[in-house]
Design a protein. Structure first.
Length: 178
């Protein structure tokens, strides 16, 4: 093989390597930018169908909580409903200053009926929880730094049963995909 052929082969290899690196960068850089700003979350508890959607695109840059928006959060001290550290999505039904009432008639936020305590059994015992209605009753304002979260299905395990989440548990606004 002549020196000219060797140089041409080396140039072709170098050009191929540069093209492959450029193609990889064209795909990798936007993908990494997307991955650092968004997350796909599958939120489904078997059989509960707490929300009309199961898959959400979470915008990690948007942690502003607004009422009636889907919010993704990290569960903390919500056992037996969610294990610590599990990502979950619910509707932000109450924000700081909103008035929340939970009693045997259900849940209301700012006077609007949001749902029932359909987990009731004989003797006002809450289904599968070993608690009574009196354990979850409240008539108060959502504190600063907290959010009242609810599912859209009455069978949802949500703030009716585990109380508020802290604002620092919010990881981003959740956009329903399907």
């Amino acid at each position: 093989m002549s020196e000219t052929d060797k140089r041409r082969g080396a140039r072709r290899w170098l050009l191929g390597f540069i093209n492959a690196a450029a193609a990889l960068a064209i795909v990798y850089v936007p993908l990494m930018a997307f991955a650092s700003n968004y997350r796909i979350v599958y939120d489904s508890i078997k059989g509960a169908n707490c929300l009309p959607y199961s898959v959400f695109l979470v915008d990690l840059r948007d942690r502003v909580v607004e009422r009636d928006e889907y919010i993704a959060f990290v569960s903390m001290q919500m056992e037996p409903f969610y294990k610590n550290g599990r990502l979950a999505v619910k509707l932000a039904a109450g924000v700081p200053g909103d008035h929340v009432t939970v009693n045997e008639y259900g849940v209301s936020v700012n006077g609007h009926h949001m749902g029932a305590l359909l987990h009731l059994q004989e003797g006002e015992r809450l289904w599968r929880m070993g608690r009574r209605v009196g354990d979850v009753k409240r008539d108060e304002q959502v504190p600063v730094g907290s959010v009242w979260m609810m599912g859209t299905n009455p069978r949802s395990y949500d703030s009716r049963y585990w109380g508020y989440i802290k604002s620092d548990q919010v990881i981003g606004r959740a956009i329903p995909l399907w």
